[in-house]
Design a protein around this ligand. Structure first.
Ligand SMILES: Cc1cc2nc3c(=O)[nH]c(=O)nc-3n(C[C@H](O)[C@H](O)[C@H](O)COP(=O)(O)OP(=O)(O)OC[C@H]3O[C@@H](n4cnc5c(N)ncnc54)[C@H](O)[C@@H]3O)c2cc1C
Length: 593
């Protein structure tokens, strides 16, 4: 494998495939295609930071670090610029170089819903979720990589949360393994890490670590160019993708180069990167392209719409001074300390859940929700908006999947409950503002604009505070209302005001190049091909039309694997496959390394 910063390695050259973005999707597909002998060029906007401990050392992970982070600017619902930014991986490895490393499987119900939304062949059986796992560098270390015994199941340091969480969420079953969940549980989780016996530390299993740097994954026919941004896709007259225009901002006068693809161009620039590339290439909504000064080649109004993330924030309580060194209570920033609970509408509202489910399934409510999305430019048309909303609603109401995730953590002076609605109905958009490849896109997430999402967030905020004022925390907490500083009788309006100030995306951005029928506003078909084009695919998180309850990574490795399959590699799953079944072992079966 050749990894370089030099445009000359590709300028004017022709490859079988060109992949845009060296993140989870791009590296997975690149690994598969080059593994079958195709010549592959991957162009990545960010640098190689594999040497940087903030990236490789899982235990020194820095939250919201500026390292390898686009920190995309973000717009409020009224169009004004917010002070907060959006985290997204900006180096080789993409977001897997900076993410939270939490890993568990999606459920059958939601995977099967991809097919009922009109994506033939996308179901539980064909995606083989029982084989969904992450790549790691050393096969021999795969058991340690899946989960460390010290944090297996419920981390020993978290029993107080285990005791308290069912108090806050009525009827919540305390389970032990999110990876194999069949219903709501409260548990620790698996991490995309591997244990390095040489340093005695856990290393991050990023897509780059497992698929690019790994000694047994080297290729003669794979070239990766770092520090070069892809501006646009080149098309022939019949809209066949023939290559890309790319360049580095620092090169003299931003000089751009071209590279050519015989068999295909694959966009894997992430949800917030691929839609802008399509738009700069003339593919998208007519009004957006006109405003940006880009000539439209293909009308595809769904590009950039349907943008979605889970709206996250956290409540916290102040621990009384006498208990701040109590290790049975405080996990001291233990990487494996957080305990995750997934809660459904029944655990949140009990018998009152029917008020919400009746509203969700009401045809009139559906119509006005869909109209609101179209009016906001968050859906291409009413039929598409209704189809997507209905999919999520049926997962909430019929399948009774969890609607919120609560991550409980304890620090020396505070107990904290980070949470987000898991299956939001709110949608936003991401578009270009100009044809400048180096200008950030205009991102308007419109988080918590749907009343159901608001209701879930308000209720979970209240419930997590019940948790702090109940046993076993009651006697050790000095102030159960530290954040938000809203007392026990806070109104919905007070909570909503706090939520709108503090909420930001959970970093699971999806949907801006959604896979669904074109007439519903879809951007790619079930083979991940961009409608109306030839030899152009999108393989990244943007193709997921609705949220998955398992964080995105596990699902996306399956998407990328299926994407590579769609490119028709003969004998795709074989001995050379890098996804090791050993990862699937139940955490209970782990042994000390
Ligand atoms: C802070 C954070 C925490 C997260 N935590 C978790 C977690 O704990 N568990 C989990 O399952 N998921 C988590 N995720 C989500 C998960 O990592 C992402 O969903 C996943 O990596 C997305 O894969 P992707 O291929 O779509 O994009 P990415 O992996 O982001 O890759 C896109 C790549 O394209 C490059 N690029 C963008 N534009 C261009 C351009 N114009 N030219 C060339 N290159 C370009 C980017 O620099 C990037 O390297 C987290 C994400 C973040 C950011």
């Amino acid at each position: 494998t050749s990894v370089t910063d030099k445009a000359a390695a590709a300028a004017g050259k022709t490859f079988d495939y060109i992949i845009v973005g060296a993140g989870l999707g791009g590296l997975t597909v690149g690994n598969k295609l080059s593994g079958k002998g195709f010549s592959v060029l991957i162009v990545e906007a960010g640098p190689d930071l594999s040497w940087n401990p903030e990236v490789f050392n899982a235990e020194d992970r820095v939250f919201q670090s500026t390292t390898c982070n686009w920190q995309y600017p973000v717009l409020a619902n009224n169009g004004s610029k917010l002070a907060s930014t959006i985290d997204s991986g900006a180096c080789i490895g993409g977001s897997t170089s900076i993410n939270g490393m939490v890993w568990y499987r999606p459920t059958k119900a939601e995977v099967d819903r991809l097919e009922t939304l009109g994506n033939s062949g996308w179901n539980w059986d064909s995606l083989s979720p029982n084989e969904i796992m992450f790549p790691t560098r050393y096969k021999s270390l795969r058991v340690q990589a899946s989960i460390r015994p010290s944090m297996a199941i419920v981390a020993p340091s978290t029993p107080p949360f285990q005791q308290a969480i069912p108090f806050a969420f009525n009827g919540l079953t305390v389970g032990n393994d999110l990876s194999n969940r069949t219903s709501v549980v409260s548990a620790s989780t698996s991490w995309t890490i591997w244990y390095d016996p040489v340093t005695g530390k856990n290393r991050r299993s990023s897509a780059a670590d497992g698929l690019l740097w790994s000694p047994d994954q080297q290729r003669d026919c794979l070239t990766v160019i770092a520090n070069h941004t892809v501006d646009r896709v080149l098309f022939s007259k019949d809209m066949t993708a023939t290559g890309i225009v790319f360049g580095s901002k620092s090169a003299a006068k931003g000089k751009m180069s071209r590279a050519y693809a015989k068999k295909g161009v694959i966009l894997s620039a992430g949800t917030l990167g691929s839609a802008p590339i399509l738009e700069r290439s003339g593919v998208g909504n007519a009004a957006v392209l006109k405003a940006a000064g880009v000539k439209q080649l293909l009308d595809l109004p769904g590009v950039g719409a349907n943008l979605n993330d889970q709206p996250g924030t956290s409540t916290s309580a102040l621990i009384a001074e006498a208990f701040r060194n109590d290790t049975s209570l405080v996990d001291s920033r233990n990487l494996f300390g957080p305990q995750i609970s997934l809660v459904g509408i029944d655990e949140i509202w009990g018998t009152g859940a029917s008020i919400y489910s009746n509203d969700l399934i009401s045809p009139n409510a559906l119509k006005s929700r869909a109209q609101a999305l179209v009016d906001a430019g968050a859906a291409a048309n009413i039929a598409g908006a209704e189809a997507i909303l209905n999919t999520t609603i049926s997962l909430i109401v019929q399948s009774r999947l969890p609607v919120a995730e609560v991550v409980a953590e304890s620090y020396p002076s505070v107990l904290s409950a980070i949470f987000w609605p898991l299956m939001p109905l709110s949608r936003g958009h991401v578009h270009i503002k100009s044809a400048d490849a180096f200008a950030p896109p205009a991102i308007m997430p419109r988080l918590l604009t749907d009343e159901f999402d608001q209701a879930v967030a308000i209720a979970v905020a209240r419930r997590t505070r019940d948790l702090f004022s109940a046993p076993p925390f009651k006697d050790v907490v000095a102030d159960a209302y530290l954040n938000p500083p809203i007392g026990p009788n806070g109104t919905d309006e007070e909570y909503l005001a706090w939520l709108s100030e503090t909420t930001s995306g959970a970093s699971h951005w999806i949907g801006a190049t959604a896979m669904m029928p074109r007439e519903l506003g879809g951007v790619v078909d079930a083979q991940l091909r961009v409608y109306g084009t030839k030899n152009l695919l999108v393989v990244d998180a943007g193709i997921l039309p609705f949220q998955i309850t398992s964080h995105t990574m596990s699902m996306l490795y399956a998407v990328a694997r299926k994407g590579a399959h769609a490119i028709k590699i003969p004998k795709f799953i074989g001995n050379d496959d890098v996804f090791y079944p050993g990862m699937l072992r139940s955490p209970t079966a782990e042994t000390t390394p």
